[in-house]
Write a protein that binds this ligand. Structure first.
Ligand code: BJW
Ligand code: ZN
Length: 251
């Protein structure tokens, strides 16, 4: 199982949320990422999302998401859970993605509930309106909102039943997604964190691989490919990683 956050998109040029160059350093959460902000200032919120949609439309998946797409092809049983809304995992080639915080390309009507995917980077007018006349909102999960129940349930099930759990490029500060590495560890998965610095959940990991996702994940994919070539098999049924319970103390 691979669980990702904004850090896996950072090397493509998508800003993260926290940290020195994070979005929340420049913008206030309360003004842009709550249902209250949208109700009060839909045009302002949409201008911010429109700026981000345009930025994302101009960039390409980096070697991190491309390696995760390879993992999906390597393993018969694989699950990708992401907090990211940017769609880079789709573009990298993953077919089954559990999106905990929605999708920036989705437009959802606050009146009739209809939703659709719209990849236009620049929408004709802001805020966009539904055919029913209602306001369309970005199909993302704002603070104080519930995560999509079915998606979260599937993510929980995968977390509880996986053998190997990678937590990649997330600060693990946002509830309830932040609980997944904790639950994976409690349920005896081997937990590996990949991050440029230890996250809030690093203490849960058996191993912390410090470095860029775009460098570490392709190296892992290459060793897996090598191991599979040696075994003469097309797909790996069981992870070939050590299942030690001891922490390696990081690298
Ligand atoms: C690299 C790298 C490289 C960089 N390689 N690594 C008080 C206490 C506890 C909880 C709460 C509380 N008050 C409220 C809450 C609940 C709240 C919450 O958790 N708040 C905390 C922040 C305090 N959560 C919610 O409200 C959630 N809903 C909920 O709980 O429902 C129940 C409920 C209902 C009603 C009332 C109360 C509860 C919803 C959370 C929604 C989060 N939404 C956002 C915005 C999405 C839309 C958008 O994009 O605009 O989701 S916020 C933002 O944070 C976004 C992300 O998905 C999410 C997580 O961020 P992520 O991915 O971890 O990014 P960063 O920037 O934090 O970290 C990047 C990491 O990458 C860093 O570690 C870097 O080091 C690393 N990195 N480059 C590898 N190259
Ligand atoms: Zn509508």
């Amino acid at each position: 199982m691979v669980f990702t956050g904004a850090g896996i998109s950072a090397e493509s040029g998508v800003p993260t949320f926290r940290g020195q160059d994070g979005l929340w350093n420049e913008f206030r959460v309360e003004d842009l990422a709550t249902p209250q902000a949208f109700a009060a200032h839909p045009k302002r919120v949409w201008e911010w999302y429109s700026w981000r949609r345009e930025l994302i439309s101009r960039i390409e998946p980096n070697p991190g998401p491309l390696a995760v797409a390879k993992f999906e092809r390597f393993f018969l049983s694989f699950c990708l859970v992401t907090q990211n809304v940017d769609g880079l995992h789709d573009r990298a080639g993953n077919e089954r993605i559990l999106k905990l915080h929605g999708d920036i390309w989705e437009l959802r009507c606050v009146s009739c509930g209809l939703s659709r995917i719209d990849f236009q980077a620049v929408l004709p007018s802001l805020p966009p309106l539904c055919e029913c006349g209602g306001l369309l909102r970005p199909g993302v999960v704002w603070f104080g909102e519930m995560l999509p129940v079915d998606v979260f349930e599937q993510a929980m099930h995968a977390t509880e039943s996986c053998d190997l759990f990678f937590s990649v490029g997330t600060s693990a500060q946002v509830f309830p997604a932040s609980q997944l590495p904790v639950i994976a560890r409690q349920r005896s998965a081997y937990v590996v964190e990949v991050n440029i610095e230890p996250s809030a959940a690093a203490y849960e990991a058996h191993e912390v691989l410090l470095g860029k996702a775009g460098e570490i994940l392709p190296a892992l994919a290459a060793s897996l490919q090598g191991a599979m070539a040696g075994l003469g098999r097309g797909k790996v049924h069981q992870p070939s990683f050590p299942r030690t319970r001891e922490s390696s103390g990081g690298t």
